[in-house]
Design a protein around this ligand. Structure first.
Ligand code: NAD
Ligand code: MG
Length: 398
């Protein structure tokens, strides 16, 4: 068995830490060759001391100086780099064969694309990359000739329920009729609508089933996350949008399903623990111990499924509309959402104004074809500026 050489983009985040947890249990299978983080220098230094990667990357020069000092004190021989270009170096210069793309948001796009182009096995957690540039990303994977393994639990579930050939070359003979993405409905699934106005960041980040980073936790509360996942599924699995359905499933045990022409529905079940899809992606096509407790069906009281209420989750409708519009609309949706969520978390933007910001920005920026990375990045920047202006306006009136 050859040892997989793994680079982790976003190693200090929730997915990054879970990835290292799986790797830690399999030292003969995996070697960590690059780790990256934005600002969490102390945790990154600890990770470097334990896994001794060739390269570590942080966002800025101050962080790099602090990290270098900590590594020197501990006699760790890791090369320290900083800035967005260094994220690409971490993927291309570290001799990795496997890249966990787990930076949150648009910041993860360029290094994830670099991994795709370089023919790596890409473990894709960073759904925003695919939402912004699905067409380019899937082409880059094809050209690079690497393997794309979805880490998002729903997409990982669907990947497991599809025939192996399907992801490479979808064929009507496979009889795939629909993909059913499950969604927990987040912490406010049953909250009376008139109480949503006063939701705080702490309430929004307290997800009932999953422990995740703050941005995706808010996205789960608004269900923008599921909207982004519909777009992600569209690119990953190549089915028309009408065939991708969302189902509320509060227990988060059925991670998603595929309905086939002959009446079969295949589902993947498991604990709500990201180490399962992470281990699946790392070891594919083999299966390894993920450190996850076995699922006990007899201890579950019930499994429920329901249609999402669009009135409660306007972000879901906005995402459907952007998906339908295609081109640069999903990139605009994503950028406006990132700004609105950050403003909710850090600047007091009211929870219910998150969809208002996204909608207004979608209405002001015309959709064009998402034909190049430069164009997508410039639309992303424009949408961010527009969203910041809308946020400022709302905050002034409050
Ligand atoms: P997180 O906030 O916990 O971690 C994000 C990581 O990215 C951190 O290491 C951080 O340092 C790094 N980072 C943030 N901004 C950066 C920047 N500008 N430049 C470089 N690095 C930066 O997020 P997370 O919950 O681990 O999620 C990561 C990605 O995985 C997201 O795209 C999310 O949608 C996706 N995802 C997460 C989960 C989950 O359970 N957490 C599940 C499915 C998908
Ligand atoms: Mg998910």
């Amino acid at each position: 068995m050859s040892v997989r050489q793994v680079a982790i983009l976003g190693s200090t985040g929730s997915i990054g830490v879970n990835t290292l947890d799986v790797i830690r249990a399999h030292p003969n299978r995996f070697k960590v060759v690059a780790l990256t983080a934005a600002k969490q220098v102390d945790l990154l230094a600890q990770q470097c001391a334990e896994f001794k990667p060739a390269i570590a990357v942080v966002s800025d020069a101050d962080g790099a100086a602090r990290l270098s000092k900590l590594l020197l004190e501990n006699k760790i021989n890791t090369q320290v780099l900083y800035g967005p270009e260094a994220l690409v170096n971490a993927v291309t210069d570290s001799h990795c064969d496997t890249v966990m793309a787990a930076i949150v948001g648009a910041a993860g796009l360029v290094p994830a694309l670099a991994a795709a182009k370089a023919g790596k096995r890409v473990l894709l957690a960073n759904k925003e990359a695919l939402v912004m540039s699905g067409d380019l990303f899937m082409h880059a994977m094809k050209e690079g000739g690497g393997e794309l393994l979805p880490i998002d639990s729903e997409h990982n579930a669907i990947f497991q329920c599809l025939p192996e050939q399907f992801s490479k070359e979808p064929n009507p003979r496979h009889g795939v009729e629909e993909l059913w993405l499950t969604a927990s409905g987040g912490p406010f699934r049953n909250t009376p609508l008139d109480q949503l106005a006063s939701i705080t960041p702490e309430q929004a980040c307290a997800h009932p089933n999953w422990v995740m980073g703050r941005k995706i936790s808010v996205d789960s509360a608004t269900m923008m996350n599921k909207g982004l996942e519909v777009i992600e599924a569209f690119w990953l699995f190549g089915l028309p949008l009408e065939k991708i359905k969302v189902l509320i499933h509060p227990q988060s045990v059925v991670h998603s399903m595929v309905r086939y022409r002959d009446g079969s529905v295949l589902a993947q079940l498991g604990q709500p623990d990201m180490r399962t899809p992470i281990a699946y992606g790392l070891a594919w096509p083999e299966r390894i111990d993920a450190g996850v407790a076995p699922l006990s069906l007899t201890q579950l009281s019930s499994l429920n499924f329901a249609e999402p209420e669009l009135e409660r989750f306007p972000c879901l409708s906005l995402a459907f509309a952007a998906a339908k519009a295609g081109g640069t609309a999903p990139a605009v949706l994503n950028a406006a959402n990132e700004i609105a969520v950050a403003a909710f978390l850090d600047e007091g933007l009211p929870y219910l104004q998150i969809p208002s910001v996204v909608e207004e920005v979608l209405n002001t920026i015309p959709t064009s074809s998402a034909s190049s990375l430069e164009l997508i990045l410039s639309i992303d920047a424009r949408a961010r500026e527009a969203a910041k202006a809308v946020v400022k306006d709302i905050l002034c009136k409050h």
